[in-house]
Structure formats: C-alpha cells, structure tokens
Design a protein around this ligand. Structure first.
Ligand code: NAP
Ligand code: ZN
Length: 349
C-alpha cells in the first residue's frame, strides 16, 4: 500500500485537517501519480459540507488534479514515468452501458466512480486530490498539454470540461450568441473557451464588480443581473445560455433571454427545486437542459484545445494549510478565479 498524506473533512460541520491514509499498490493497468496541484471547485465545498445529501467521511476532496507519473503497471501503454498528467471528476465507470460505449462515461448507468466521496466497484472508499499521490486506471488518466503550466491547467479538469462540453454540444461558434451566468471558476473558463470557439460571449454577473475582468477574459459584453433593465434589453437575444450559479435564480427570467430554439443549460447545482413557467418555454420552442462534466475522450479533446489556444485558469495558488480560509472565500465569491493548492506544502505539515 502507498502511504498518502492529505487533508480531509472529518464530518460535514468540521474544518478540513491533516489526514494520512493508504492508496492501493499500482495494479497492471494503473498509473501512480505524484500530485503537484489540485484546484478547489465549489463542488468540493458542497460535498465536504454535505449540501448534496449523504456524504462519506472522512472526505479528502479534490477533482482538479495535475501531477507527474511516478510508476506504471506492466500493462500500461499510454503513459510513462515523468509524464505530465491529470485526473478529473471520476476514476472508473462500468465500460458496458450505452453511455460508456459512446465515451459518455460521466453518464454511466451504473454511476461513474467519483474521484472522492464515492466508492470503487469493490466498495473501497475513494479519496481525492487534496493529497500527495493517487493511483488511477490508465483509461481515466488525461495527458496535460506540455505548453501549459500544471498549476493553472489543473482547473481545466473540472471547470474547463464542464463548460467545454455544453459549448460544443450546443455548437457555440462563429455567429452564435452565448451568455454565461456567473463569472466564477466555471464561468471564467466558459468565457475563455467560448471566445476561442469564435462565439460572441456575454457575461451575466450579479454585480458590476467583474465588468473589467470579464472583458479582459474575452467577453464581448457584460451585464449586471442586479439591474432589471438587463432583462428587457436582452429579451430573445441568446442562442445559448449556460448557468454556472448554485444560488437560487429566477430561471424564467433567463429563459426569456433566449431566441426561438435557444437553450438554457444548467451546470450550477442549487440545492432546492426551481419553479419553471411553461409559457417561457412553449411559445418559443426553447429548451431547458443540464450538463455534467464530460467524458474522457472529450476531456482530452478539451485539454488539447486549451493547449493549442494557450487557455488556462486565472488562479490564486495556496498552501494546503489555507484550504479552510479558501473555502470561505469561494462561498463569498472572493477569488479570481480559482484557488489551486500547491501540494508541495503538504510536506511542511
Ligand atoms: P464559484 O467559483 O463559486 O462561482 C459561482 C459564481 O456564481 C460566482 O462567482 C458568482 O458570479 C455567482 N454567484 C455567487 N453567489 C451568487 C448569488 N447569490 N446570486 C447570483 N450569483 C451568484 O463556483 P464554481 O466552482 O464555478 O461552481 C459553480 C457551480 O457549478 C457549483 O454549484 C458547482 O457545484 C457546480 N458544478 C457543476 C459541475 C457540472 O458538471 N455540472 C461541475 C463543477 C461544478 P458573479 O459574481 O459573476 O455573479
Ligand atoms: Zn468540480
């Protein structure tokens, strides 16, 4: 077994604290990775605080993992010691259901094995990337573009793919008007990727504070949703709106901003149901949809796309000892735009 040092939430109400545990010895098809950086996703906070229902504790969160291969099993062909690799939100899936066969492992019928707060198919509890090493089957490991720094590329493994997948699925590109609700970790990746895909990008933010940043990140337009005029000015304007916000919003107001045949895609996950008026959908043939991360093939495609366009996340690097402070700041939207833990700090515990 591999002795591993990390940080864990012992229970939903407790702060994260140092935690030692063991990973499996690499099997024939496994890749062992020395984790160098791990992004802090808002989903880590939702789960560590048990906001999405029953969670498994102690919980080592983290699914934006970037590191270097330290060992490979004897059947591994794609990776070798020293390669720059990443791990995202899941580390296994059933391989046999229709979704797995299409490369949509994130929608696996058996449920993908989530990187943390999940169980392997043999029942073993999974621990995530707030730790110094991880062992993952080769098929669930991603290759990081050589030209991107590992710290700023780590958030691509969740925030990047969560926006890339719906932008591609709903065909964002030249001539398309895309709105991104919420300029946070996910939202700022959405702005960069939609811009690189050639779409016109508008940020819909709940204050005026991020106006300059939005433009710098590649947005063509910025509107504050605190101003009721935004919703009259932009009536029927967008082909696609992606909602990255987990706070409760009036989705009907945003449906009103879609053209005929436009789509509102939900990726942020509020904990309460949101009422929808059929009249916001029916007379305009609008769609309301959801989207979750992306499959392995598409995640690699996104990483290669980001490598080609030199797209990374805007990050604030922290030592792991500051993780609880970082959580509070994420909840207050006080981060530009993703915290990334430097895992070399773990040795200083
Ligand atoms: P984040 O960095 O905290 O960003 C959320 C953004 O929401 C904030 O930056 C803020 O943007 C906006 N916001 C915050 N409070 C608000 C309020 N009271 N009213 C309106 N807007 C508010 O979070 P994230 O890491 O991007 O994650 C966002 C959500 O996506 C979370 O629920 C997370 O669990 C979920 N998620 C989903 C997937 C998926 O596969 N579907 C993957 C990863 C994460 P402005 O200041 O610009 O308004
Ligand atoms: Zn995430």
């Amino acid at each position: 077994m591999l002795k591993t040092q990390g940080y864990a939430a012992p229970s939903a109400k407790a702060l994260l604290e140092p935690y030692s545990f063991e990973r499996r010895e690499p099997q024939d098809d496994d890749v062992a990775i020395d984790i160098k950086y791990c992004g802090i996703c808002h989903s880590d906070i939702h789960q560590a605080r048990e906001e999405w229902g029953d969670a498994i504790f102690p919980m080592v969160p983290g699914h934006e993992i970037a590191g270097i291969v330290s060992a490979v099993g004897k059947k591994v062909t794609k990776y070798k010691v020293g390669d720059k690799v990443g791990v995202g939100c899941f580390v296994d899936s059933c391989h046999t259901c229709p979704q797995c066969q299409q490369g949509l492992e994130q929608y696996c019928s058996a449920g993908p094995v989530f990187t943390y707060n999940g169980r392997e198919y043999d029942g073993t509890h999974t621990y995530g990337g707030y730790s110094d090493k991880i062992v993952v089957k080769e098929d669930y490991v991603l290759r990081m573009p050589n030209n991107l720094p590992l710290d700023a590329a780590a958030p691509l493994l969740c925030a990047g793919i969560t926006l890339y997948s719906p932008l591609r699925h709903w065909q964002a590109g030249p001539g398309k008007k895309v709105g991104i609700i919420g300029l946070g970790g996910l939202g700022h990746m959405g702005v960069k990727i939609a811009h690189a895909l050639g779409a016109e990008v508008t940020v819909l933010s709940h204050s005026q504070k991020k106006r300059e940043d939005a433009k710098r990140l590649g947005a063509d337009q910025f509107y504050s949703t605190a101003d009721p005029e935004t919703f009259t000015k932009l009536q029927g304007y967008f082909d696609l709106i992606i909602n990255t916000v987990s706070a409760e919003l009036d989705w009907n107001l945003y449906l009103g901003l879609l053209k005929v045949d436009g789509s509102l895609v939900v990726v942020g996950i509020p904990d309460k149901p949101i009422p929808i008026g059929a009249f916001y959908l029916v007379p305009h043939r609008r769609s309301l949809a959801g989207s979750m991360i992306g499959g392995i093939r598409e995640t690699q495609e996104m990483l290669d796309f980001c490598g080609k366009h030199s797209i990374t996340s805007d990050i604030e690097v922290i030592p792991i000892q500051k993780v609880n402070e970082a959580y509070d700041r994420v909840v207050k939207s006080d981060v530009k735009y993703r915290f990334v833990i430097d895992m070399s700090s773990i040795k200083a515990q």
